[in-house]
Ligand binder design. Structure first.
Ligand code: FAD
Length: 493
């Protein structure tokens, strides 16, 4: 597979596309997330191995179903079950583990940087870009050092373990200021991801505190900071208002039209002049297209997304199709046929369907048939706000709240979760949690598993008794030496 290795990379080292067309065209899929996984599976279903070779590149060996991250953080779903492993889910597809670092579509080559070893180039005939998005951050003092995102399973589990660990440590800390700081949790961003993460984590924190005699529920302080005047812009104002009311009833402090100004060393300063200390800052204030696209010759819009037409083909500023290039999902600007002039929002609902549609379209192209436009009417939004709590808006008009919305959320997402294996495991996990209650053990040591071994490898200090004996001996010895020298001095005189 590797075509050539080059470090550092210079233009002259970019391999040219093969002079002769390959016998079996190679489809290279960048990103093995929602778009990558679904488009690869659909293509493999439509085309035999003699019709197309399919290669997926991703630094992670799995696709993450992000809508379940808040539930994974709350411990309602085993983290391993919110991901679909590529090697199992992508039968008949080659998987390369590594980061795409440059795209030279004019040459039909992509540079891949593996976890170890030198970068190398891969050539292709058709390209699918499904590189997703990254957290949209701002240059806020202390943010990079203090905050954590909530975009992948590693972050979700780290946030869970951190919050449970703060509760555990606070239970044995008597300094009131330190306790307050440990038990204050700040979430920045009141969109879907932020509100769901906050709702689930506040719920599990309160449930956990029930097991501690040393901590009162009133000591837990959850704060949501949102720059706009409302939360959950994805649902109607009425349902957003209902969610706000529910969260406030749970004593979650919500600051609307407010920005985080600074969080240096955990000292939080908000734009409404409120200041306090917190050990936990979770950043969920939106996403932006994967910045690696800036290292490509693909046409991008002002927001850094690959520009596409409705058939998911990449198009330039004039709207002309860029041959052999397709894109979808969070990293693509795909016109929304149900919202003329607008683009499909960055969500799993679109990414999943666009992935399938793209697979179908490319299969048509490879069989010399016409591509078809992608259109999907948003069926609604469902959000979980903790155990048995949720909000949902279906088909624009139907608004559901509380337990029924929570059931809808679980039902919708378990069906959308890829692979039957994962669906069954998730449902089995939910049944287990209902019967045996949720697990609240903090496994903070997971994030530094070598700490204990490192400490054990340090040569032991001498025991106190041995150290005292050694001190006595050291004192006696110079005294004896002093005695002999004074004797010598005496005899000399
Ligand atoms: C916490 C959370 C909750 C959400 N809840 C919902 C919800 O309830 N409903 C909903 O519809 N949507 C939800 N979303 C949004 C949804 O998950 C995304 O819109 C969707 O996953 C986008 O799919 P994608 O394929 O474009 O990107 P992704 O699924 O993110 O896939 C991108 C892939 O690219 C890979 N990648 C990144 N950089 C590179 C590189 N340099 N080289 C190679 N590969 C790379 C990544 O590892 C990843 O596998 C949520 C998102 C989050 C974070």
């Amino acid at each position: 597979m590797p075509q050539s290795a080059s470090t550092p990379v210079d233009e002259s080292a970019v391999p040219r596309r093969p002079a002769k067309p390959r016998k079996v065209p190679r489809v290279l899929i960048l990103g093995g997330g929602t778009v990558g996984l679904y488009s690869a599976r659909r293509l493999r279903k439509r085309l035999g191995r003699r019709e197309a070779a399919i290669v997926v590149v991703d630094p992670r060996p799995y696709m993450t179903y992000a809508p379940f991250l808040p539930e994974a953080a709350a411990g309602s779903i085993d983290p391993r079950n919110v991901v679909a492993p590529h090697r199992r889910a992508l039968k008949g597809v080659d998987v390369l583990q590594g980061k795409v670092t440059q795209i030279h579509h004019a040459e039909r080559t992509v540079e891949i940087t593996p976890e170890e070893g030198a970068p190398y180039w891969v050539t292709y005939d058709h390209l699918i870009v499904g590189l997703g998005s990254v957290a949209r951050t701002l240059p806020i003092p202390g943010l990079a050092e203090q905050a954590i995102g909530f975009k992948n399973v590693e972050e979700a589990i780290a946030v869970r373990n951190h919050i449970l660990n703060r509760i555990e440590v606070a239970a044995s800390t008597w300094d009131p200021e330190l306790r307050r700081r440990m038990l204050t949790f700040v979430f920045v961003g009141g969109g879907f991801a932020g509100v769901e993460a906050l709702g689930e984590l506040e719920d599990i924190a309160r449930y956990t505190v029930n097991h501690y005699n040393q901590i009162e529920q009133d000591e837990l302080r959850f704060v949501l900071v949102e720059g706009s005047p409302r939360i959950l812009p994805e649902v109607s104002e009425e349902l957003g208002g209902y969610t706000l009311e529910q969260l406030r009833k749970r004593k979650i402090e919500i600051h609307l039209s407010t920005f985080l100004n600074s969080c240096v060393d955990g000292h939080i300063v908000l734009s409404n002049n409120l200041e306090f200390d917190a050990d936990t800052v979770v950043w969920t204030a939106g996403v932006k297209a994967n910045p690696v696209l800036q290292q490509s010759d693909l046409p991008l819009d002002k927001m850094g997304r690959v520009t596409c037409n409705t058939s998911l083909q990449v198009v330039d500023a004039e709207g002309d199709v860029v041959a052999d290039a397709y894109a979808a999902g969070d990293c693509a600007a795909v016109p929304d046929l149900y919202n003329p002039g607008g683009f499909c929002p960055p969500n799993a609902q679109h990414a999943l369907r666009q992935g399938n549609h793209l697979g179908d379209n490319l299969a048509r192209v490879l069989r010399s048939a016409e591509v078809t436009p992608y259109s999907h009417k948003n069926i609604g939004a469902v959000a979980s706000l903790g155990m048995y709590k949720g909000v949902a808006q279906m088909f624009g008009r139907i608004k559901v709240r509380g337990f029924l919305a929570w059931v809808l959320h679980r039902t919708y997402h378990v069906f959308a979760m890829p692979t039957v294996n994962r669906k069954l495991r998730i449902m089995a996990g939910w049944t287990g949690s209902l019967l045996l209650r949720r697990e609240v053990v903090p496994l903070g040591a997971l994030h530094d598993p070598r700490a204990e071994f490192r400490a054990a490898s340090v040569p032991p200090k001498p025991r106190v008794v041995e150290a005292d004996e050694a001190k006595d001996a050291a004192v006696k010895e110079p005294a004896a030496k002093g005695a002999s020298s004074s004797t010598k001095a005496k005899s000399a005189s």
